[in-house]
Design a binder for this molecule. Structure first.
Ligand code: SF4
Length: 426
């Protein structure tokens, strides 16, 4: 059977797509790269935000039109939208041939042959892929160490969608990393909903540091990038390992969401401004040239102008290399949905704009300091790439002064920098 994949949402969802596509390929099914000529379109949906549900619906409608026009025979839907809406998906789109849960992805070959139950609850143990396929550029990939989340941030639907925190056994994560590096992957981005809780469920306490010590021993693995760290779980030991291990990029993605204690409390975040600043100061002191990425939400219910000014000042003072800015969105089923003090959309937007302006001034300053420096870069194509400060798909870009071989990690001198665009002399 020929299958065409549409994978929506975050890197964690992408690794799920990689797993079930590898499973199908291992059973002799062929992945095609245009819907034309496919027997089935498989849509792995995101469901974390209403905007993601909207995007999923649009993709389902388009796929069903292709079916109606006889271009494809079947359309199947899985992923977080199914976890969030369950049977509602089939009711809303009766023309769908298959609607199946994330837990059922590991039985995909039975599913598409109609031999397995479709909607089942989230599983306790995390399914371990026996086959591996990466849908990213050949030299960079995501390594999912765990799924689900035990934090209960008031704005977030993920715990209800992905279930409790479930770590993959250490030896499985290491085996998967080894398999990917044997297939040419050089840069591994370590991901989970909360990477710093890795092992809590399996080993009774977080064991990210120990996992990293094992991963850096993989001979062919060149670089590891740590994503989705939860601030108060960032230990001094983690910073020491990052400083000591050349194979770990001096880069940390550490979503903070806000800095005002009022708002952090209302968001049910597990630590306040004091702890956050202490952790950031410790990281900057311990890991030379560390690049920090984070996310902020503007317009969370109850956010006063004073709270927002505090956030703006924090961005100016702490100078993050990259930040993601999100306007708060009321998500049905989350505690914040019914919170008093909902902020008007125009104010949320204005605050997001102001934060972006503050950040672009920071980026200009950091860039000026970067020009003339020789730093580690990654070539994603012969003409474009990233610096070690840039994660794939979400951070800045790098232009090479002349073509290079793609898929390499090497040192280059930054000769120009404007906004998120930098040029490296090769
Ligand atoms: S840490 Fe918070 S924001 Fe992140 S997935 Fe868990 S509940 Fe959601």
């Amino acid at each position: 059977m020929k299958f065409y994949l549409i994978s929506l949402g975050c890197p964690k969802n992408l690794t799920d797509s990689e797993d079930f596509c590898a499973r199908l390929a291992a059973k002799g099914h062929k992945m095609v790269f245009t819907p034309q000529g496919a027997d089935i379109i498989i849509i792995n949906t995101c469901g974390f935000l209403s905007s993601a549900l909207k995007e999923a619906r649009e993709n389902i409608k388009t796929a069903l039109e292709l079916k109606q026009n006889g271009i494809v025979k079947k359309v199947a839907v899985t992923g977080c939208m199914v976890e969030r809406l369950k049977d509602e998906v089939k009711k809303e789109f009766p023309a769908l041939d298959l609607v199946f849960s994330v837990a059922q992805q590991q039985r995909i070959e039975e599913i598409i042959n109609g031999r397995a139950q479709l909607i089942t609850p989230i599983q306790n143990d995390l399914h371990i892929p026996r086959y591996k396929m990466t849908l990213t550029l050949p030299h960079t990939a995501y390594l999912k160490a765990a799924d689900g989340c035990n934090n209960r941030c008031a704005y977030c639907a993920i715990p209800a969608i992905r279930g409790p925190y479930r770590s993959k056994p250490e030896e499985e994560v290491v085996a998967e990393a080894r398999l990917m590096t044997q297939n040419g992957v050089k840069e591994l981005s370590l991901i989970a909903q909360d990477t710093t809780s890795y092992g809590q469920d399996l080993y009774g306490k977080p064991r990210l540091e120990r996992l990293l010590k094992k991963l850096v021993k993989i001979k062919d693995l060149q670089r590891i990038r740590i994503m989705y760290a939860y601030p108060h779980r960032v230990s001094r030991e983690l910073a020491d390992i990052m400083a000591a291990e050349e194979k770990i990029f001096p880069y940390l993605d550490i979503p903070l969401q806000h800095i005002s204690d009022n708002i952090l409390k209302a968001m049910n975040r597990r630590c306040g401004a004091g702890v956050i600043k202490k952790v950031l100061d410790m990281l900057k002191k311990t890991v030379p040239n560390i690049a920090l990425r984070t996310n902020f939400i503007t317009g969370f219910p109850g956010e006063t102008q004073k709270d927002f000014n505090e956030l703006k000042k924090f961005v100016k003072d702490y100078q993050f290399d990259n930040i993601g800015i999100f306007e708060y969105h009321r998500e049905l089923g989350t505690p914040a949905y019914d919170m008093p003090g909902q902020i008007p959309a125009a104010v949320k937007k204005q605050r997001a704009r102001e934060l972006a302006q503050a950040q672009s001034r920071v980026v200009d300053k950091l860039n000026k300091a970067l020009v003339g420096q020789t730093i580690e870069v990654i070539s994603d194509t012969p003409s474009r790439g990233r610096t070690y400060k840039d994660a794939p798909d979400i951070d800045g870009a790098l232009i090479f002064s002349r073509p290079v071989r793609a898929g390499r990690i090497f040192k280059a001198k930054i000769i120009k920098a404007k906004g998120y665009r930098r040029t490296a002399e090769v």
